[in-house]
Design a binder for this molecule. Structure first.
Ligand code: NAP
Length: 307
């Protein structure tokens, strides 16, 4: 039986692993389908303290993993399919096999929010993507006009990154002001290759008949005027949805799907703790996720010690 099982391998998961490993609890980290989490798909992280020149997202996560493993954390490249939290030890189904856990730290993070358009889904990986760092350099996007949807830090980061490859990047935002942090917004709007398209939503992605993205249909939400824009790619960066499906019947979630802790990192199930983007709908930063991972680890350690 495991002392501590950590579900998720983003900033929260690895930090929880580091702390519980140093507490001699011999934790196991179940990585999920994206080892390292969403941060591995971003380019430069400039706001993680300790890296004055910035650090590549993938490198940061690899360093966190190595640091946790150095103190004895074990990594299992596996996905949790089901959880039974009705009694202790908790029982997890992990890639078809059962695993027992005395405590559980849920750090499952979040996935990309989709626009919800039928053709967005049909043209996924045929020009529609949710990750500029993963796909931006593909030949199909080189020297082509590209569309980024969204107005937050992610959209700004994606748009800036894509200027390396695109002829023009159109930043389609539903309001006339970016939500992104001031420094990101200013940098984005100052980039001559980025053209903001304000007060506008994407209503369709073209062209399913050609089996690739050739453009988008747009609607100005103030004037209701419809238009079309040619592009070879649509990069959707409109926020995230917490990865909490597994827990929706066993823990309390808010209306957006974020887990509701009872106090600190604790949940209504004694022995189950939460950390990172699956619980945090307010800050959602790498550093806050890491801090929450630390808190969850300390609480798990105290919980086990009290027993
Ligand atoms: P976000 O801050 O929630 O922004 C989402 C953007 O998408 C908003 O501009 C929103 O419009 C728009 N949007 C949401 N749903 C939409 C829809 N259905 N159709 C069209 N537009 C829609 O998400 P994020 O940019 O992914 O950032 C998430 C968190 O990560 C934030 O806390 C951010 O600071 C952080 N982050 C930080 C960095 C960095 O510092 N390097 C990089 C990336 C992300 P409205 O503005 O109208 O709501």
């Amino acid at each position: 039986m495991e002392n501590v099982v950590i579900i998720g391998s983003g900033c929260a998961g690895w930090t929880a692993a580091l702390y519980t490993a140093r507490a001699n609890l011999n934790p196991v980290v179940l990585t999920g389908v994206t080892p390292g989490g969403l941060l591995t798909t971003t380019s430069m992280v400039e706001n993680f303290p300790g890296f004055p020149e910035g650090v590549d997202g993938y490198e940061l996560m690899t360093r966190m993993q190595k640091q946790a493993e150095r103190f004895g954390a074990r990594t299992k490249f596996a996905t949790v399919e089901a959880v039974d939290l009705s009694q202790r030890p908790f029982v997890l189904t992990v890639d078809g096999e059962l695993m027992q856990a005395r405590t559980l730290i849920i750090a499952t993070g979040a996935g990309h929010r989709h626009l919800g358009l039928e053709n967005e889904h049909r043209l996924e990986k045929k020009g529609v993507t949710y990750c500029a760092t993963c796909d931006g350099a593909l030949p199909m996007f080189r020297n082509q006009p590209l569309v980024v949807v969204g107005g937050g830090d992610s959209a700004c980061e994606e748009a800036t990154y894509l200027t390396r490859f695109a002829s023009t990047v159109y930043l389609i935002h539903r309001r006339d002001q970016l939500r992104a942090s001031k420094i990101m917004a200013e940098r984005t709007l100052a980039n001559p290759k980025i053209q903001p398209v304000w007060d506008t939503v994407v209503t369709d992605v073209l062209d399913v008949k050609q089996d690739k993205v050739t453009g988008v249909r747009l609607r100005n939400v103030k004037t209701q005027k419809e238009s079309a824009l040619d592009c070879a790619g649509v990069f959707v960066a409109i926020g995230h949805v917490p990865n909490t499906q597994l827990f929706k019947t066993v823990l309390d979630l808010d209306e957006a799907g974020y887990i509701l802790p009872t106090k600190g990192a604790a949940t209504k199930v004694p022995g189950v703790f939460v950390a990172g983007d699956c619980v945090d709908r307010v800050y959602r930063q790498a550093i806050t996720a890491a801090g929450m991972g630390c808190a969850a680890a300390i609480e798990a350690e105290r919980f086990l010690a009290a027993e």
